[in-house]
Design a binder for this molecule. Sequence first.
Ligand code: NDP
Length: 293
Amino acid sequence: MQLLDGKLLSENIKSELAAEVDQMVAKGAKRPHLAAVLVGENAASQVYVQSKIRSCEQVGFKSTLIRQEADITEAELLKIVDQLNQDPDVDGFIVQLPLPKHIDEERITLAIDHRKDVDGFHPINFGRMAQGLPAFLPATPYGILEILRRYNIETAGKHCVVVGRSNIVGTPMSILLSRKGYPGDCTVTLTHSRTKDLPGEVRRADIIVAAIGIPQFIKGDWVKDGAVVIDVGINRIEDASRKSGTRLVGDVDFEAVAPKCSHITPVPGGVGLMTVAALMMNTLKACKKEIYQ
Ligand code: NDP
């Protein structure tokens, strides 16, 4: 079994980006600029946004963090989105989800200029991705494609089972892996909470992508020998042996699954770090106007 090391890959990607930014700046270009809007005090969101800002520093991007109280109105948040859309210095921005319940996440996502949508959540980017046109790919699936690519994992003709059908992970992942080309050309089964005989479906997979949000949900006897396992889940569970009393685990029962598979992503240290790296790649593309003029 080989660990798919998201920490190592994301560091490699950040070094490549930093070198490219140095060259751009040496030639007189502006630094890529990512802005992040963080609403409220959600602990996980704060950690994610901090890691994005830190990554910007590592690769030489300019970053701006806009913090707002949880009681900001939807109209006020839409105004901030509009200002970021209009700001010529901002190449791309994200509004960290989840948002407080009184704010319609869909309305906010739709308000983001798709040319600055480096999270790849806007329906224009989603539609273009589905049609194989240039688009900002959603950061988590984009990070997973990079894992497959950088570890030279064969995908053509493989049977991939994606567990979970969210708009930001499972569904785009299923589309991307079924597209023509590498990494892709898979035969994909997209499963969810209404799937009959989920263990049976997962057992047929050469490649498993687990994005469910239930700790250690995918069991050892659901996984065929030699499968490639991508664990997207980030779940905090109690662990009395840790000083903090908790630890992070994925959606896959790592201890039971790892001995059976050919490759697996650890949690932490797998997909999460690659999601941030993918966001950085999208921001550079936005700055270079690689997707949209
Ligand atoms: P969502 O909650 O949006 O979607 C979960 C999906 O899992 C749904 O499609 C749901 O099915 C399905 N599901 C739930 N229960 C079952 C079940 N018993 N059997 C089969 N399918 C089930 O989750 P996300 O996609 O946003 O996130 C999934 C996980 O990935 C979470 O742990 C999250 O923290 C993590 N995550 C990690 C990221 C990273 O960077 N590593 C980025 C984003 C998320 P249905 O549609 O029928 O309800």
